[in-house]
Design a protein around this ligand. Structure first.
Ligand SMILES: Nc1nc2c(c(=O)[nH]1)N[C@H]1C(S)=C(S)[C@@H](COP(=O)(O)OP(=O)(O)OC[C@H]3O[C@@H](n4cnc5c(=O)[nH]c(N)nc54)[C@H](O)[C@@H]3O)O[C@H]1N2
Ligand SMILES: Nc1nc2c(c(=O)[nH]1)N[C@H]1C(S)=C(S)[C@@H](COP(=O)(O)OP(=O)(O)OC[C@H]3O[C@@H](n4cnc5c(=O)[nH]c(N)nc54)[C@H](O)[C@@H]3O)O[C@H]1N2
Ligand SMILES: [Mo]
Length: 792
């Protein structure tokens, strides 16, 4: 049989799949990609894996007992019943109708956070939101797991537009190479993280671009607990912090600037408010409430907190003041308790250096966190599937999912508001995996026991699908026609279908169209179009938008025939907030003062203990799992675990793929620790260890590695949650069974999953088998080969 190659796009990059007889048998990079991501090697096994959802399925207990709370949701021994499409659609439409009629549309939670697949049209969340809007709306979610604290904080500090630019229009690595002399990155610059960009990048440019910047003379400093968080060829110097102590380091750098007369007072006076309050605080003249007295935030003080020698901090501050310096705060730092503080302190440091708004200088948050950050100019727009309007005005900050399901009607703080949780009866998820992404998964299981019905659309039998009552099989991106591009990408690429749908999986668009039909609103959802017609229309609308700006691209057929086109009209800023710097009166920031708020009256007026009016060091540890002064807990859980992004895959996606599996140790997630800690814990390289945290425990495979400093272990996210063992919460190594379900602060309520205290111990006896790479009970292991009529 001869193989053919088909272009595709994933969030981990664009590449080609090799197809033989309707099966994906291999992958190869695009020829022009000089630094392709190895993550693509996961795709062939995942595409045809036995955990693909082949047919609609209903949890037997729900089928027998009907809708209602059920604490057994997620039970690994639960049985599913495969049903015909028409049965599944009838049941689901009737249930949606029941819930919206009896409880109102607000009772449907359709936030459905998650990354799904690349593709502008078949984007799972957009499709679901469009459908739910067409049937009267839903309770939505706000902000992200990626940078939830940043998204709430920065509009207050630099205005909404400034915050948007910070996240989406950062200057490129090329500009950094031209202008920056010193780049200090808190949270490293992990090359593996830059493989990811929403929509996928046509070529991976971050690695080569960072290298070119280093060759052009940029000096890199990585502040991180891990020594291998920056590519070796950057020859970067490494400042080892204790996790969760960066705010202390940043305040001490500010202290040196004020103390030694290096702070740019002219800049602070002209462009910021609150510098005097901040100065009084770091010099120990005022406490965090502005009352007289306090602790001097000196390098010596910071050394006692962070472990970084005071002399090193002094010399770094002086070097920063002498050169064109860019302060980058990676997103990981704000995925922790008080996650707002290192961001705010980082911005304040850049202001004290007087470099905000200068090319190559100032503040950034995201270099090394994602490939589009610094990856090039931003398009003026991309083709999109319209979602319609949501008539329901109900939302939660995204990481409040368990709190919401467990506490309908309870109140909580968020960004200056006192809000109440809605009473959710039906949870509808498509394109996300909360049992990958949320903290304290045992609690999330209890939360998922509360609604009356849980619906999940999935390509695979993930842990979230195994918590659903109704599971709808979705096609993968390889099984449908679509197009892709990422922010900062140079091309828009066609993604023609490469293989037939697995089993009886269908495009979600068709599923929603049939559900809408049963609910009497087919026309509202489809507007009379097929998904192929939407693809064409979205492209043509984009083409018209470009034409109005005198930018020209071929028509849809021309684009499809070529396979990819260059995206015209991209914009790139030389510097972040450069226009504000050039003309602070004429182009003020949309903040109450019109300037950068180093002290925010608004935030101060909220009265939050955990996020006062300017950046502060808060006494409670940023690492969850123990509280200030709780020595017993600290002793019980002596190590800090870093739950960062997996380099071998993208989140939980394609965990059964070859590249991901090759990184498992004894069939479990790899747990990295230094030789001293391994010895202390009584475990060796290759062992199965038990990791215990404040919320639960998991097994993991030990990797002894001296890239870590003592006291710190690393277990990346994304190994599929396996609750089937009897003496551990997860037999496979998902760190989110260990993490604590707590928001960053009353302000941002962001995810705090990055850091948690743990203990590592040997696992005695035969470890439980990992069961997640088999479908649940009742589901045939062999995929159903035959196709049936759409409603047959
Ligand atoms: N402890 C800890 N936890 C974290 C983090 C951390 O740093 N530490 N990081 C957090 C961050 S930044 C993020 S963004 C989240 C990520 O969390 P998620 O985005 O929820 O994780 P994914 O595994 O990408 O989930 C996407 C799901 O969509 C499915 N899918 C793919 N294509 C389709 C499709 O076309 N249709 C449908 N219906 N489904 C599809 C995939 O099979 C997969 O299960 O995790 C967060 N969790
Ligand atoms: N390969 C791959 N890449 C990914 C993803 C993936 O799943 N796989 N997910 C993508 C997504 S959705 C997102 S949002 C981004 C997230 O991007 P980030 O949040 O930047 O990524 P992480 O890998 O979670 O963390 C980066 C590093 O920060 C360091 N760090 C952790 N805690 C601290 C601390 O307290 N202080 C300091 N100084 N450093 C600390 C750790 O050493 C860690 O390796 O990654 C994206 N990139
Ligand atoms: Mo993310």
């Amino acid at each position: 049989m001869s193989a053919t190659f088909h272009p595709t796009s994933t969030h981990w990059g664009a590449f080609q799949v090799e197809v033989e007889g309707d099966r994906v048998v291999g992958v190869r990079p695009n020829p022009e990609d000089t630094a392709p991501s190895p993550v693509m090697a996961n795709t062939p096994a995942a595409q045809h894996h036995r955990t693909r959802v082949a047919r609609p399925a209903v949890r037997r207990r729900w089928l027998e007992h009907g809708p209602g709370p059920d604490p057994r949701r997620g039970d690994p021994d639960d049985v599913y019943v495969e049903v015909e499409w028409s049965t599944a659609l009838d049941l689901l439409a009737a249930e949606l109708d029941r819930v919206r009629t009896s409880h109102g549309n607000e009772a449907i939670y359709g936030g459905s956070y998650g990354w799904g697949s690349a593709g502008r049209i078949h984007h799972a969340q957009s499709q679901l939101h469009r459908f739910l809007n067409s049937i009267g709306g839903y309770t939505r979610s706000r902000t992200t797991y990626s940078h939830g604290a940043l998204e709430v904080l920065f509009p207050r500090l630099i205005g909404t537009r400034g915050a948007n630019h910070l996240l989406h229009r950062a200057p490129s690595w090329e500009r950094i190479g031209e202008h920056t002399e010193l780049l200090v990155s808190f949270g490293g610059l992990r090359l593996s993280n830059t493989w990811i960009a929403s929509g996928g990048r046509a070529v991976q440019t971050a690695g080569p671009a960072m290298r070119a910047a280093a060759e052009a003379g940029v000096e890199f400093v990585s502040v991180s607990p891990l020594s291998d968080d920056t590519p070796e060829d950057l020859k970067c110097s490494w400042i080892r912090t204790r996790p969760g102590t960066d705010t202390a380091v940043l305040l001490a750098l500010i202290h040196v600037l004020f103390d030694e007369g290096l702070a740019d007072i002219g800049f602070l006076d002209r462009y910021t408010v609150g510098a005097d309050r901040l100065r009084a605080y770091v010099m120990g003249e005022r406490d965090e409430r502005g009352a007289p007295g306090g602790v001097e935030r000196s390098p010596e003080w910071a050394e006692s907190v962070s472990g970084v020698p005071a002399a090193e901090l002094r010399s770094l501050a002086r070097r920063m003041a002498e050169r064109r310096t860019l302060v980058n705060v990676g997103w990981s730092l704000q995925r922790a308790r008080y996650g707002e503080q290192p961001l705010w302190a980082g911005l304040a440091l850049a202001c004290c250096l007087g470099q905000v708004g200068l090319p190559g200088g100032g503040f950034a948050s995201g270099y090394g966190s994602m490939g589009n950050y610094g990856g090039g100019a931003t398009p003026v727009g991309l083709p999109r599937m319209p979602q319609g309007d949501n008539p329901v005005d109900s939302f939660i900050p995204v990481a409040k999912i368990s709190d919401m399901l467990l506490g309908p009607g309870l109140s909580y703080d968020y960004d200056g508001e006192r809000r109440r949780f809605p009473d959710i009866r039906l949870v509808y998820w498509a394109g996300g995996n909360p049992f990958h992404h949320h903290q304290d998964l045992a609690r999330l299981t209890r939360a998922f026991g509360r609604p009356e019905t849980v619906v999940v659309h999935e390509t695979h039998w993930t842990a979230t699908a195994r918590h659903a009552d109704i599971v709808i099989p979705a096609t993968t991106a390889l099984e449908r026609d679509d197009m892709a591009a990422s922010q900062g990408d140079l091309t828009l690429r066609a993604m023609p279908r490469a293989v037939s749908p697995h089993g009886r999986a269908r495009d979600e668009y068709d599923t929603y169209a049939d559900l809408a039909e049963r609910l009497g609103v087919r026309g509202r959802f489809t507007e009379g179009r097929t998904s192929g017609e939407w693809l064409r229309l979205a492209y043509e609308r984009w083409r018209s938008m470009l034409a109005r700006r005198d930018l020209h691209v071929p028509d849809f057929d021309g684009f499809w025939a070529r396979g990819r086109i260059e995206i015209p009209g991209r914009v790139e800023d030389e510097a972040l907030l450069g226009d504000f710097r050039a003309d602070p009166e004429g182009r003020p920031l949309r903040t109450p003062s019109g300037r950068i708020e180093l002290y925010s009256e608004t935030i101060a007026s909220f009265g939050y203990e955990d996020c006062p009016g300017h950046p502060v060091w808060l006494p409670g540890p940023a690492v969850t799992g123990h509280d200030e002064g709780d020595e017993a807990a600290a002793e019980e859980l002596p190590l800090v675990l870093i739950a960062n992004q997996p380099k071998e895959r993208f989140h939980g996606q394609q965990d059964m793929g070859a590249h991901s599996v090759a990184h498992k140790v004894a069939g479990r997630a790899p747990l990295r620790m230094c030789p001293e800690d391994a010895e202390e814990a009584g475990v060796s390289d290759g062992d199965v260890a038990r990791v215990c945290g404040p919320s639960g425990s998991c097994l993991a495979g030990v990797v002894v590695d001296d890239a870590l400093r003592p006291g710190i272990v690393q277990l990346s996210t994304g190994s599929w949650y396996d609750p089937s063992g009897t003496d551990v919460t997860c037999a496979h190594g998902n760190p989110n069974v260990l993490t604590v379900d707590e928001g960053t602060s009353s302000l941002g309520q962001g995810c705090t999953g990055q850091l948690v205290r743990v203990r590592v111990e040997p696992y005695e006896g035969t470890p439980p088998e990992v069961r997640v790479f088999r479908p649940p009970l009742g589901i045939a292991e062999a995929p159903a080969p035959e196709r049936e009529g759409l409603n047959g």
